[in-house]
Design a binder for this molecule. Structure first.
Ligand code: C2E
Ligand code: MG
Ligand code: MG
Length: 697
């Protein structure tokens, strides 16, 4: 094309290259921009075929595009090709063209755009993207982002498994593949409420917990944080969420919770869960009174199974009983194990007393049926305490305590049965609580008193000793007898404090009287309960008091009951034997009322027995009483023991006992329990004869 035929010179000023080619591809013209791009003069370009400059791989594509454009003058097909520059390098360009109809033959005006910058940018982008992906593939957290159109575009390794092709899926489509639930794992969560959806809608999502059902059929727990992505101008360009897998954490928590609320052996609810459910039941009962009943089931003589067949067998029995109890009640009822051989059954609703009784019977039967354990057939029974929610404001703990007390009553009544907690039982309990308070107050305010009942030599009638007997003195001077508080003291454990005080006081008195009659010191008896004797420090306590008051062991005489002695552990018996060897006297109180055999007298280092007043009272007319008294005296003497008779009320009893050979006598005939001062006065009168004894009372 001659210069004057060329379009205006402004064509050279265009930022893009322009080339005119004919139908064969021969270049007719080229502007200055193309010449710069390819490093060639216009003369070097004009007249050569454009196809000669094309990269061999691009020829076919370019030919196809150009052919189209010749046919369809409207078509503007951008085609990426590479052109050969003067330096031998390939320059990436984008070519668009338009056909120009001319009389001398159609030509194509091609716009040649330099793509070197864009190619560079694209390369950079590609690199950044792969860098990001490799970073994301390393993190444990699932990271998920979508672009402004909602196409899921970036994801970390942690979510790759569920997301096949980045950029190919719209987030709605992707989310629709899953079933989401809330953090409880139960309440369905619509996909539109999934964190990525919310973030995409513009919400900032913080620590949202949810769960998703996996292909494995298991729930997977997740915690997500997310937010919309905005560009510098605040326009939305997408959204991102970070998802933590908290499945293990949740599972551990669940296991812990289960452990905290269930008995590990039987898997039944434990005390905590029972109290919780009972609380709920009582609350419901307050709104719609329907009846709530609690059954405290304690196995009778479970210890025998444990000791006889071993703990594994015991465990098996407990598990079997747990299952039986569950089978005996309705599915909604609770069977809990409090520990040991104690189960509690909570039933709700309860129609009335008949239903309560029927359930109690059923539970008893369920326990009572034989259980096969290994080669053994084991049969245990249960003592069941029953309580029914009476007032609307009863507390779970109080109800459990009532059922427990009723269970004890069932045990007292001979086991294998059930007992309903009623007002009488309640009164007894309240009285016991009042007594405990009184006793505690007395201990703290030094209101214990010690009386002494003289013990008389049956032959000489002289004062041989005295038994220390405790009293509790009220503020108004009333003396409370041990029968009214020792039982409660034993149950509550306060008896040890009582016994400690009595021991110290006894030692103090024994020391005082020893100095008043040094030649034949009085032997002072004192009583201690099995709870005190069973303590590991009992012997040390006795020694400590003897030392502290300077009392010889031979001056003290410990009165034990037969049951105390039988229940004593080997260690306690051993300790008592040591004390006995040191000279301390030990005697069996209330002899004849317990189950002790002759062996007990021989095996335990006992130095005397005390005939119980129930036999003394039958003397001399009741044949049985006299026969037993005589047998005890003969037996004791045969074993080298001294015999004391207590509860001597009449002269006839005294005479009979003295003749039968009883060594010492104690009873109202001589004196009731009196103050220490009275004993001192008696002592000072020196071995007062029997005739005068009545005066001192
Ligand atoms: P025990 O050791 O068998 O004491 C004898 C009880 O018989 C005393 O009752 C005494 O007052 C009573 N007694 C004495 N002579 C007669 C009589 O001629 N006829 C009748 N019917 N009773 C008579 P007490 O003092 O009420 O003590 C009752 C029980 O309380 C004692 O029985 C003893 O087991 C216990 N006890 C007393 N003091 C203590 C103590 O300091 N610690 C402990 N653990 N128990 C104590
Ligand atoms: Mg006694
Ligand atoms: Mg007695």
């Amino acid at each position: 094309m001659s210069d004057d035929a060329r379009p205006a010179a402004w064509i050279d000023l265009l930022p893009d290259g322009v080339v005119i080619i004919d139908a064969l591809g021969v270049m007719i013209d080229a502007n200055a921009t193309v010449c710069r791009l390819l490093g060639r003069d216009r003369d070097q370009l004009v007249g050569i075929n454009g196809f000669d400059l094309l990269h061999p791989d691009d020829v076919a594509r370019a030919a196809h595009a150009l052919a189209e454009e010749f046919v369809d003058t409207e078509a503007v097909l951008p085609t990426d090709v590479r052109l050969l520059a003067a330096d031998g390098g390939w320059v990436p360009v984008e070519i668009t063209g338009v056909a120009v109809k001319r009389a001398e033959g159609d030509v194509l005006a091609l716009c040649v755009r330099d793509m070197r910058r864009r190619a560079k940018l694209e390369e950079q982008l590609r690199r950044e993207r792969s860098f990001l992906q490799s970073v994301l593939s390393e993190v444990e957290v699932g990271i998920l982002a979508c672009d402004a159109e909602g196409r899921v575009s970036v994801y970390s390794h942690a979510v790759r498994g569920v997301l096949p092709t980045a950029g190919a899926v719209h987030l709605d489509e992707w989310l629709a593949r899953f079933r989401f639930f809330e953090a409880d794992g139960v309440t369905p969560l619509p996909a539109s409420q999934a964190p990525l959806s919310r973030a995409f809608r513009g919400e900032v999502v913080r620590d949202v917990e949810f769960s998703v059902l996996g292909d494995d059929g298991e729930l997977h727990f997740r915690r997500a944080n997310g937010e919309p992505l905005l560009d510098g101008t605040g326009a939305k360009i997408g959204a991102v969420v970070a998802v933590h897998d908290i499945t293990e954490q949740r599972q551990a928590e669940r296991a812990l919770r289960r452990q905290a609320l269930h008995d590990p052996l039987t898997g039944l609810p434990n005390r905590t869960l029972l109290i919780h459910r009972l609380g709920d039941a009582l609350e419901r009962n307050q709104i719609h009174p329907a009846g709530v009943a609690l059954f405290f089931v304690d196995l009778d003589r479970f210890k025998l199974v444990n000791d006889g067949l071993g703990h594994t067998a015991g465990d098996e029995l407990l598990m079997a009983i747990g299952v039986r109890l569950e089978e005996a009640v309705r599915p909604g009822d609770t069977v809990a194990r409090l520990g040991g051989d104690e189960f509690v059954v909570l039933c709700e609703p309860i129609a009335g007393p008949d239903e309560t009784a029927a359930i109690a019977e059923r539970l008893g039967e369920a326990v009572g049926r034989p259980v096969r354990i290994g080669d053994h057939e084991v049969r245990v029974t249960a003592s069941i305490g029953v309580t029914v929610a009476s007032s609307s404001d009863v507390l779970p703990e109080a109800m459990l305590r009532d059922a427990d007390l009723a269970m004890y009553r069932a045990k007292e009544r001979g086991r294998d049965g059930w007992e309903l907690f009623d007002d009488r039982l309640r009164e007894r309990v309240l009285a016991r609580i009042a007594t405990e308070h009184m006793l505690l107050h007395a201990l703290d305010n030094h209101q214990l008193r010690l009386l002494f009942q003289p013990v008389i030599d049956a032959v000489t009638g002289a004062l041989a000793g005295a038994e220390a007997l405790v009293r509790l003195e009220l503020v108004d001077g009333t003396l409370i007898e041990p029968v009214d508080f020792i039982g409660v003291a034993e149950e509550s454990g306060l008896v040890t404090r009582v016994d400690q005080w009595v021991l110290a006081e006894t030692c103090r008195q024994a020391a005082a009287w020893a100095s008043a009659r040094p030649d034949s010191p009085l032997v002072i008896g004192w009583n201690a309960s099995s709870r005190t004797i069973g303590r590991g420090d009992f012997v040390a306590l006795v020694r400590e008091n003897l030392d502290r008051f300077g009392v010889a062991p031979t001056q003290l005489c410990l009165e034990l009951t037969e049951t105390t002695l039988i229940a004593a552990t080997a260690a306690t018996r051993h300790a008592l034997t040591r004390l006995r060897e040191e000279g301390l006297l030990i005697g069996l109180d209330d002899f004849g009322t317990g189950y002790s055999s002759l062996t007990n007298l021989r095996d335990f280092a006992v130095s005397f027995v005390k005939i119980d007043s129930s036999f003394t009272s039958g003397i001399p007319h009741d044949h049985e009483s006299t026969a037993i008294a005589r047998a005890i005296i003969d037996l004791a003497h045969a074993l080298g023991l001294t015999v004391v008779a207590e509860g001597v009320n009449t002269e006839a009893q005294r005479v009979w006992l003295a003749q039968a050979g009883c060594d010492d006598l104690q009873g109202f005939l001589f004196s009731p329990p009196v103050s220490a001062d009275t004993i001192t006065a008696w002592l000072l009168r020196q071995a007062a004869p029997l005739a005068e004894a009545g005066d001192i009372a």
